[in-house]
Write a new protein. Sequence first.
Length: 291
Amino acid sequence: MTSPQTLLKAWNLRARKALGQNFLKDGRMAQRIVDQARLTPQDTVLEIGSGLGVMTIAAARKAHKVFAYEKDRNLVPLLRAELMVHGLDHVQIEEQDILTASLEILAAKEARPLVVLGNLPYNISSQIVVKLIQERRHVDRAVLMFQKELADRLCAGPGTRTYGRLSVRLQHCADLTPLLQVSATHFHPQPKVDSAVLGIVFKSHIDHPVQDEILFSRVVQAAFGQRRKNLRNALSGGLLPLTSAAAERVLSASEIDPRRRAETLSVDAFVTLTNRIGVLLNSSPDPPDRS
C-alpha cells in the first residue's frame, strides 16, 4: 500500500488532530483486522471513519457492499481515487458524521443487518459505542479498533478499577472478544498510546433482560457517577427520583447491600436493580419526594 505520508503529501493534506485522525500505515495489519470480521459475499459493511481507505479496500474485496462513512470531506476525493485504482465500485461513500446516521434506515434498505468495522477516532469512541448499543437490532456484529485503555474498560469485570458505565451497558447486550493488540507504531501520525481491536457480537436473546433501557442507562450512570459513594447515596444523589430511604429499600429488595459501591455489582445485578426501581417508580402516582 502507498504510505499515508505519501498520499497526504500528494493531495496536500494532513491528519487533523481535532478529528482524532491516526491512519493505519500497515496494510497487513488492516487486512488482519478485516479478516477478524469473517466477511462473506452476502455481508453489508458499515465502516466508521474510512480515512485513506486501507480497511475499506480490504473489506470491499470480501463483502457484498460497503458503506464508507467519512466526516472529513477533504479526504473524500482521495478515498474515491484509491477505490477507483483498485476497481472497487460497490463502495458507497457517505460524507457524514456516523453519529447522525440511521443504522435502521441503512439496514432496512439492504434488507440485512450490518457488519460494522472501524478504526475509531479516539475522541468519539465512547459515543459510537453508545450509538451501537441503542441501534444494535440493526447490527449483526462489529470489529472495532479502540484506544487500548477504552478497550480494557469495555471488557472489564466487576471489582476492577476500569469497570464502569460502558462496561455494564455493552456487556449486557453483547459478547466481547479481544482480538488484536496494535502498537502505536502502526499509525501515522503516531499516537501516544497503543490500540486494541475488539469483536462485538450483539445478543439475539438476553437471558436477563432489562425492562426499561432508558432507566437502565440512568441507573448505571447514577451509580458510577459518584463512584466513591455507596450505592444508597449514589442512587439518591440527584439523577434518579429516589430518596435515600427509597434507594435503601429498593437495594435491599434486590438483595444488594446499600453500602456497596457500583464497581462491585455484576451486570445482572444492575439489571435486577433497574427492574426493581422501575416497579417502584411505576407504582407511585408521583415520583418519590426528593426533600
